[in-house]
Design a protein around this ligand. Structure first.
Ligand SMILES: Nc1ncnc2c1ncn2[C@@H]1O[C@H](COP(=O)(O)OP(=O)(O)OP(=O)(O)O)[C@@H](O)[C@H]1O
Ligand SMILES: [Mg+2]
Length: 329
């Protein structure tokens, strides 16, 4: 096994962080019925300092989920509805004249938070999208030549409606690659929906998570310890090669016009390690890679128009790739 050089946190501290992050999933479930995969995806991205794209029709608890996760982690969160007239400064902040001091001062925009919910990012023009993507990449905002660092953690959860409305600005492929994971928030199954409605019938108020019994169970300290533990997980050369083979197979798939980039391969390594650690191990298995491959790669590949016409989906093609690439023994 190749151990990566990293400061390994004290074992008790890492254990405590893992217990706290496991408890987080139970805590969020007090408000959100089902959607476990999405919750796990958000935890993985917090561990990897990555951003998530959430795709789902309206009303499937995307906003509720982000609020519940930030409450359970005692993190600050802010939300912006992206609209066609939103300006870059509405996201990042702007210089405001202060008549007392006769100076311009920087007023922080809503992006200065831990968990930033960017609702319907595809409804805002490219200039405003670019301002957010720049903040995501650089973890700072530069106004009038002055950089202001964003807090840590800083994770953007951007939502995108799968239905292509008129007047939307789909994110270009090169920018989709900036999101660590794409989480597809699906409609609940019948049982979950009945359960959800039952809670409402018994007085659950989504506006009052406190009353629902949701408490902070983990914090920034746990995240720091957890990240250090994730960075200390080991990966064999076989597993590294498996990740590369999966990405290479997407590049030669006849259904895809664009396969996963090397950045996609590094993303899959990061998410697999986080998942391995969350699952209680300090080494990555091929199954960890498989578990995160679709969420990590689905938005980094694009279908050929012919394949799309025939009803192929990125997820379906990735299933085929995972089935065809030999798994190291
Ligand atoms: N899985 C669920 N568990 C609990 N409540 C749910 C669930 N799905 C939907 N709801 C209920 O539906 C309401 C709407 O959810 P929410 O506003 O979070 O959806 P959304 O996906 O953000 O929608 P939009 O795309 O319109 O912003 C929630 O406040 C909650 O009452
Ligand atoms: Mg919402």
């Amino acid at each position: 096994m190749t151990a990566f050089p990293a400061d390994r946190p004290a074992p008790e501290q890492a254990e405590q962080a893992r217990a706290a992050l496991t408890a987080l999933r139970h805590e969020v479930a007090k408000a959100v019925v089902g959607q476990e995969e999405t919750v796990t995806g958000m935890v993985v991205s917090l561990l990897c300092r990555g951003h998530v794209l959430m795709e789902g029709v309206p009303g499937v608890a995307k906003t509720l989920l982000v609020r519940a996760v930030s409450t359970a982690l005692s993190l600050d969160h802010k939300r912006i509805q992206f609209t066609p007239d939103l300006m870059p400064g509405d996201v990042t902040g702007s210089m405001v004249y202060d008549s007392r001091t006769a100076n311009f001062e920087f007023h922080e925009g809503p992006v200065f938070t831990n968990l930033f919910l960017a609702d319907e990012i595809n409804r805002t023009p490219p200039k405003t999208q670019a301002a957010l993507l720049e903040a995501m990449e650089e973890r700072q905002v530069t106004v009038a030549g002055e950089p202001s660092p964003l807090p840590d953690p800083f994770v953007v959860a951007a939502t995108q409606n799968p239905v292509e409305y008129e007047g939307t600005y789909p994110l270009p492929e090169a920018q989709l690659d900036r999101f660590l994971l794409k989480l597809v928030v699906t409609l609940p199954d019948r049982g979950h929906e009945v359960d959800m409605l039952g809670r409402h019938a018994h007085g659950f108020d989504p506006g009052d998570l406190d009353a629902a019994g949701l408490r902070p169970v983990a914090g920034a300290e746990d995240l720091r310890a957890a990240r250090a533990a994730v960075a200390a997980t080991s990966v064999t050369p076989d597993v590294l090669a498996y990740i590369v083979d999966i990405c290479r197979a997407t590049r030669s798939s006849p259904s895809l016009q664009l396969g996963a980039s090397p950045r996609g391969a590094t993303a899959l390594l990061r998410t697999s390690r986080a998942w391995a650690w969350l699952s209680g191990r300090d080494y990555v298995t091929p199954d960890d890679v498989k578990a995160l491959a679709k969420a990590t790669l689905r938005h980094r590949v694009s279908l050929r128009p012919e394949a799309e016409l025939e009803g192929a989906t990125s997820a379906g093609v990735l299933d085929g790739v995972l089935a065809s690439v030999p798994v190291p023994g």
